[in-house]
Design a protein around this ligand. Structure first.
Ligand code: FES
Length: 148
């Protein structure tokens, strides 16, 4: 602890203490802003239900490609129900297509293969196809897509 001998020393000590506190406060604020920049707060995702029509639009065992709000999707109908996947291959983003004979999604770029649940089963794709929620309301199907 500093020993203060006179008025001049006390003023100098107080002045340096105030400056030090201000500097610490400023650096703390800057550090906090920097952390906020590095770790942005998550913004809630917004979804929009887009009508795709009656279930009969998609024959059982087949898939129909659609463009919903700029998102290329594939709506597949099986005996288990209707599912929707992004057509973007999880390797490099080429558009996959449905092979009815193989009951698989295939990517033409590097022979990536996904099963009917969207799971990547062959080739370079590192993960399953993105999946969209399908909701049936009043006999009509809606796909929930992420809106911007
Ligand atoms: S982009 Fe689909 S396998 Fe490479």
């Amino acid at each position: 602890m500093a020993i203060i001998h006179d008025d001049f020393g006390r003023r100098r000590f107080l002045s340096q203490a105030v400056m030090g506190f201000g500097l610490l406060f400023g650096m703390g604020t800057l550090g906090l802003r920097f952390l906020q920049f590095l770790i942005p707060s998550p913004t809630p995702k917004r979804y929009e239900a887009v009508l795709i029509g009656a279930e009969s639009r998609v024959p059982v065992g087949d898939a129909v490609p659609m463009d919903l709000g700029g998102q290329k999707i594939m709506v597949l109908r099986t005996n288990d129900g209707v599912v929707a996947f992004s057509r973007r291959c999880t390797d490099l983003g080429c558009l996959v297509s449905w092979s009815k004979e193989r009951e698989q999604f295939v990517c033409p770029c590097h022979q990536g293969v996904f099963d009917k649940t969207g799971r990547n089963i062959a080739g370079p794709p590192p993960r399953p196809l993105d999946r969209f929620e399908v909701v049936k309301r009043g006999g009509q199907l809606y796909v929930n897509i992420q809106s911007s």
